[in-house]
Design a binder for this molecule. Structure first.
Ligand code: CUA
Length: 364
């Protein structure tokens, strides 16, 4: 994680300067009654907050003091004329404006760097599919487990969330992690975080989504990495296939089966495989073999990485960005493929990312 500014780099157990910054952080956090800083980025986000609020307070305080001084110093007294009109020199105003502009740019640069960090999950991240609906949160893991109301994540590892909604716009907010992202029907948005230590944190919905909005709560339970592995194993079916292609063919996927297995069945059921081959053969649409994660040239010349967000867009709004060389004939699956199936199909495509054909599925 890059951080723009020395404050954010301070960690526990550093020198006197770090101790000072830690004390400053503790003071501000208490003064502003902020929740715990439970993710790696929380302190960076708060740092910018402290910085801005300090400058605003200092500026407001300075203006108040100067105004008070003027009120007293230049008050109208009996027997005196009103003060003559004073015009500030041009250079003074320019310096003032340049200073304000500089501050604005500084805030922007720090904030933009944080935004970049927040928008770029590490490739090593654990993936979780988050589905919002009135009025609950559901979580599904590529390995198979699913849970409602409780998001289990490992401590000390980046976690990437793919968020979508079944009905209206919701917003996923974990105050302790300082992350917030909208969950929008028909598309996947991404958010990521890395929790510092095991513990439990509140999840809130921050988009007015109906009468149950205020009760649309859930928890994040941060587990020790070993416990998280146990969770994945315990919640997955007994014979745990590691990917879609290791599973028994043709049998309907069991509840709790790996998402890729469910995704293969869903893709067959919805007819995806009629136009998209899974062995690299060119059909009406691009083959799914090796497609996930690759960069594709679009018809309009844009280059796009095939991410869960793009795949979802292609299912829900296919004409928007078409891979170059293919006809724009795909129908929209908006409202036909559920978020759970969308997540599963994405995971199936991910299982084909390495370019090795899915032997189980192509067997007669
Ligand atoms: Cu969902 Cu508010």
């Amino acid at each position: 994680m890059s951080a723009a500014w020395a404050f954010q780099r301070a960690t526990d157990g550093g020198g006197a300067w770090d101790d000072f910054l830690n004390a400053l952080n503790a003071f501000y956090r208490r003064a502003l009654t902020l929740p715990p800083q439970a993710s790696t980025i929380a302190r960076d986000i708060d740092g910018l907050h402290y910085f801005e609020i300090t400058i605003m307070f200092a500026a407001a305080g300075l203006i108040a003091v100067v105004a008070l001084y003027f009120v007293v110093r230049y008050r109208r007294r009996p027997g005196r004329d009103p003060t003559p009109r004073i015009v500030a020199p041009h250079w003074f105003e320019m310096v003032l404006y340049a200073g304000l502009l500089g501050l604005f740019v500084l805030f922007w640069v720090i904030g933009f760097r944080q935004y970049i960090d927040l928008s770029a999950p590490p490739d090593s991240a654990v993936d979780v599919y988050v589905t919002a609906k009135q009025w609950m949160w559901e979580f599904a893991y590529p390995e198979g487990p699913a849970s409602a109301g409780v998001l289990y994540v490992p401590a000390g590892r980046p976690v990437r969330l793919h968020l979508t909604s079944r009905d209206v716009i919701h917003s996923f907010f974990v105050p302790d992690f300082r992350i917030k992202r909208d969950a929008v029907p028909g598309m996947y948005t991404t958010a990521w975080f890395q929790a510092n230590a095991p513990g439990t944190h509140q999840i809130l919905c921050t988009e007015m989504c109906g009468v149950g909005h205020s009760q649309m709560l859930a928890r994040v339970v941060v587990l020790r990495p070993a416990d998280f592995e146990t969770f994945l194993l315990r919640r997955a079916p007994a014979a745990t296939p590691t990917s879609g292609r290791d599973a028994t063919p043709n049998a309907p996927p069991a509840r709790g089966a790996p998402l890729a297995v469910i995704g293969r069945a869903a893709a067959a059921r919805h007819g995806c495989l009629g136009c998209h081959s899974i062995d690299g053969t060119r059909r009406t649409g691009p083959s799914w073999l090796g497609l996930f994660g690759s960069t594709q040239l679009m018809a309009d010349g844009e280059r796009i990485r095939v991410t869960p967000a793009y795949i979802t867009e292609s299912m829900m709004d296919p004409q928007r960005r078409i891979v170059a060389g293919y006809p724009p004939v795909m129908p929209s699956f908006m409202g036909q493929i559920s978020p759970a199936e969308t997540a599963a199909i994405i995971e199936y495509m991910r299982s084909l990312a390495d370019g090795i054909p899915d032997a189980e599925a192509t067997r007669p």
